[in-house]
Ligand binder design. Structure first.
Ligand SMILES: Cc1cc2nc3c(=O)[nH]c(=O)nc-3n(C[C@H](O)[C@H](O)[C@H](O)COP(=O)(O)OP(=O)(O)OC[C@H]3O[C@@H](n4cnc5c(N)ncnc54)[C@H](O)[C@@H]3O)c2cc1C
Ligand code: FES
Length: 271
């Protein structure tokens, strides 16, 4: 659905990181965790292409997005003031699947940098559907370059999640990558999660998928690709996937991250 969303707030939450709140009741009704919006960041011609952003949170009739200034498009977005309107398309893509059966065990969310954005929305949904009597505490691992760049830590804790941090420079939590932290936690505490949900840079997701495949842990990853149309028409965002055919024969196929994803089973992705 294409609509004009009113900007309610657009504020810097950490150096170069912003939170924008949009009033868009129609999209709110349909949005699911892992889905994203395509935002036209300016009314001018340049940049011509919309930019994709994950839905970070839904509150009432509002959608919140967390974004990092990367280039021209996100810089322009950061300059939009409250009261203005943005042309958006959404909700787009296939999000995370969170069957109640899998939710009965321990769930681990692994976020690298801005990967926290869709996982936060998912964390809220999991909390809604998870058996209230369950004593199992779900875990969130957040990786960032420095402590200042760790986002949503307190919000996850408020929702009842156990949160562990990994930073590249050791300024907060474990010193190293979030995947190294996950490996350590799986080994040291003998964790046996029923499912891992992850979002972050591709090398992180690749390392994580190797780790979880070795332990045979069900893992869903949300991929990022450069997107031109965002609606499945241009084939600019395809990724190669392995598909298991009959008699164990492996086949390959190309799927669109924007339309068939962005969430895929980690075992299927050809990294
Ligand atoms: C499904 C999806 C969800 C996303 N969710 C978020 C989010 O919640 N918050 C957020 O901050 N960002 C998110 N991104 C990434 C975001 O779309 C890009 O950072 C943004 O489009 C950059 O636009 P720009 O004009 O500022 O930068 P550009 O000038 O276009 O590029 C600046 C740098 O960012 C890289 N880049 C640009 N677009 C992408 C992309 N799609 N994937 C990977 N690298 C890219 C470029 O290679 C370049 O190095 C998401 C991307 C996808 C595909
Ligand atoms: S961005 Fe055009 S098909 Fe995915």
């Amino acid at each position: 659905m294409q609509t004009k969303a009113k900007v309610i707030k657009n504020i810097e939450v950490a150096p170069k990181y912003y939170r924008i709140i949009l009033f868009c009741p129609q999209i709110v009704k349909e949005a699911l965790p892992g889905q994203f919006l395509e935002i036209k960041v300016t009314e001018k011609i340049e940049p011509f292409l919309r930019r994709p952003f994950s839905i970070n949170r839904i509150s009432g009739k509002h959608i919140e997005i967390l974004y990092e200034i990367k280039g021209k498009g996100t810089r322009l977005l950061s300059r939009i003031r409250a009261g203005n309107y943005l042309d958006i398309i959404g909700p787009l893509g296939n999000g995370f699947s969170y069957q109640p059966k899998l939710s009965q065990g321990k769930i681990i969310l692994v976020a690298g940098g801005m990967g926290v954005a869709p996982l936060f929305f998912l964390a809220g949904k999991i909390k809604e559907i998870k058996n209230q009597k369950s004593k199992i505490k779900n875990l969130v691992l957040i990786g960032a370059k420095t402590k200042k760049q760790v986002l949503c830590e307190q919000e996850f804790k408020k929702m009842g999640y156990e949160v562990r941090i990994a930073t590249d420079d050791g300024s907060g939590g474990f010193k190293g990558t979030v995947t190294e932290l996950l490996k350590k936690m799986l080994s040291d505490f003998g964790l046996r999660p029923s499912i891992i949900y992850a979002c972050g840079p591709r090398p992180m997701l690749k390392a994580l998928s190797v780790l979880s495949a070795r332990r045979n842990i069900n893992t869903q990853v949300s991929l990022e690709e450069h997107m031109a149309c965002g609606i499945g028409a241009c084939l600019g965002c395809v990724v190669k996937l392995k598909t298991q055919k009959s008699k164990g024969k492996i086949d390959f196929e190309y799927r669109r991250v924007c339309k068939d994803g962005p969430v895929f089973d980690a075992r299927e992705v050809v990294w």
